[in-house]
Design a protein around this ligand. Structure first.
Ligand code: COA
Length: 328
């Protein structure tokens, strides 16, 4: 019995902002951004909310699939439009999934891979609760982000990195397939506070501390170093669990945070860059959405064959990291 991926979807806002356009707002230029990050442009929301992008990606992933068979919706996001109802509850309603249990998770840029891990665990175990009584047949896992909403637009070291969008995958519990072969999840204490963003709420009359809204703060070099090591650790960890080697992997689909991070990780893993899906040039870092978006890009490229071994890897604030090995 295995939990395999049977559908993928992706949605991006229409508005594209090139590096040249970024240089109208901050002191930067196309060459610097492209060379240091591999990013040429990002999609930015002008009217699209996180739920709009999530619902659109979900619809595409669900094409041809009976919606009544979806038992679970997990949305990974650090930029939900609302605290309640959750993005997952709103996707369930928008997509018309009458039997799904729905909730959100926050594991920063690793969120989608954490979502795969949770869905796999629930689908393989004897799921209980809600309307599910006989184990879960199908699940929808989504990453959706409006990163431009929490980005510090006067910090040229961070605002150039992020964009908006959503990616989705439908999982199926299939007795004849292997699907997700292993997962490796790890949290590291962010003792130096290298990546953080305050939640911005209303100001109660009794609260005495500072409540000034604060955008995303990041110490780029420290995050870079963490990212390369984390990719290496979760990939090797997930492979080791099932006795596979790096050479057994056909495709690596890492979180798209910086092209140079992907290059450095490929080098550390001793694997050719051709095996890595790199989508960052067109859509930048979209936090939890980049892994499913990159998976979608790989699938759409036509390069992926049935039986291929894929390693997906996420890392991000928290600090957290996650890897999964999937047979396609
Ligand atoms: N345009 C032009 N110059 C810029 C710039 C920009 N957008 N951003 C920073 N600079 C300048 C700095 O001011 C600094 O100038 P100085 O030497 O005169 O002080 C110089 O470039 C080097 O800055 P530094 O921050 O050391 O650059 P870097 O090589 O580390 O690259 C990042 C910066 C952010 C691209 C890189 O550290 C990175 O990608 N880190 C990982 C971030 C990440 O992935 N976060 C998400 C994880 S989920």
């Amino acid at each position: 019995m295995g939990i395999r991926i049977i559908g993928v979807g992706k949605n991006l806002p229409e508005r594209v902002v090139t590096n040249d356009e970024m240089s109208q707002y901050i002191d930067t230029d196309n060459e610097w951004i492209l060379e240091r990050t591999g990013i040429a442009q990002r999609h930015v929301a002008t009217t699209e909310k996180s739920i709009d992008m999530a619902a659109a990606a979900a619809e595409e992933a669900l094409e041809g699939i009976d919606k009544e068979t979806i038992d679970l919706v997990i949305v990974a996001t650090v930029t939900p439009d609302d605290i309640t109802p959750s993005m997952a509850a709103q996707v369930k309603m928008a997509a018309g999934l009458p039997n799904a249990v729905a909730f959100d998770i926050n594991a920063a840029c690793s969120g989608f891979v954490y979502g795969l891990w949770i869905a796999e665990s629930l689908m393989k175990g004897s799921a209980a609760g809600g309307s599910v009584t006989n184990g879960m047949k199908r699940a929808l896992v989504i990453g959706t982000e409006r990163m431009t909403r929490i980005t510090n637009w006067v910090d040229r070291g961070t605002c150039i990195l992020f964009g908006d969008g959503a990616g989705a995958a439908v999982l199926e519990n299939d007795p004849d397939e292997r699907g997700i072969l292993s997962t490796f999840i790890k949290n590291y204490d962010d003792v130096n506070g290298v990546m953080k963003c305050k939640a911005n709420y209303i100001n109660p009359p009794f609260w005495e501390d500072d409540l000034t809204p604060q955008p995303l703060y990041m110490r780029g070099r420290a995050v870079f170093k963490f990212a390369v090591n984390a990719i290496d650790e979760v990939t090797r960890g997930a492979l080791e669990k099932i006795g596979l080697t790096l050479d057994d992997v056909d495709w690596f689909v890492p979180h798209q945070a910086n092209g140079r991070i992907i290059h450095a990780a490929a080098q550390k893993l001793g694997q050719p860059l051709e095996k890595f899906q790199i989508s960052i040039k067109e859509s930048a870092n979209v936090s939890s959405a980049t892994v499913p978006m990159a998976l979608y890009d790989l699938e759409s490229s036509g390069k992926l064959k049935k039986g291929d071994i894929i390693a997906v890897m996420g890392f991000g604030g928290g600090l957290c990291a996650a890897g999964a090995i999937i047979e396609w």
